[in-house]
Design a binder for this molecule. Structure first.
Ligand SMILES: [Zn+2]
Length: 223
């Protein structure tokens, strides 16, 4: 069950097209998995569309019927996909296991590199987001553990499949997590099926405890 959602402010900014691109992508992917946020976003979008309609301005006068595509542009949401766009390749695969990704991430499946094994039951596949930056799919096998770390920037995480804990909370499929330099955590999964997450960090992690501090020179591995 989804317990962690973007804040009201984040949803409102998203609906108005004001979110940073990385945040916008992760909120969009979360909304694909979360009917509650999807509904709120569409309400917020119609509210801002109404404001636009009530305020006459030139561009609207030129294209009075094109609200849908304009809003799609503003919110970075792809226009609705027809059935022809749905294909089997919209899954990512690790060791023969296939995972469906939310609609907003489908276009990045082909931009996902090979899996590499990190330390301790952790697997990572880099994702090229083009101008948005870099992301990673991280898979924590059962007992997989990311050493305790804090963040020099922000760390956005969406749980794609499975569940994990980090010493702060327990997260389930669909949960949206935003961490920054004020948060120190150590993600691990005890689920027998492991846990797949999609994560975007805008600066390398900083490992904080014990022997993991020795990893700091390699923290770009997670970046
Ligand atoms: Zn939500």
């Amino acid at each position: 069950m989804i317990n962690f959602h973007p804040t009201q402010q984040q949803l409102s900014d998203f609906a108005q097209g004001l979110s940073a691109p990385a945040l916008s992508l992760v909120i969009s992917a979360h909304a694909d998995m979360c009917p509650q946020c999807k509904r709120q976003i569409s309400q917020l979008e119609s509210a801002s569309a109404k404001i636009l309609v009530e305020q006459p301005f030139d561009r609207m006068a030129e294209q009075p019927t094109d609200f849908a595509s304009m809003l799609a542009e503003i919110t970075c949401l792809p226009a609705a996909e027809g059935p022809s766009n749905i294909s089997q390749s919209h899954q990512i695969e690790l060791d023969g296991r296939k995972f469906s990704v939310p609609r907003a991430l489908k276009r990045y499946v082909e931009k996902t590199g090979n899996w590499s094994h990190l330390l301790g039951n952790l697997w990572q596949a880099p994702v090229d987001l083009g101008p948005i930056g870099k992301a990673n799919f991280i898979f924590m096998q059962k007992q997989g553990r990311v050493p305790e770390h804090t963040h020099r920037g922000t760390e956005l995480t969406l749980v794609i499949d499975g569940e994990f804990s980090d010493g702060i909370s327990h997260y389930d499929t669909g949960d949206f997590i935003l961490m920054n330099s004020e948060n120190t955590h150590a993600p691990y999964s005890e689920a027998s099926e492991g846990c797949l997450v999609f994560t975007i960090v805008d600066a390398p992690l900083h490992f904080t405890s014990g022997i993991a501090r020795l990893l700091n020179p390699f923290s770009h591995l997670f970046f």
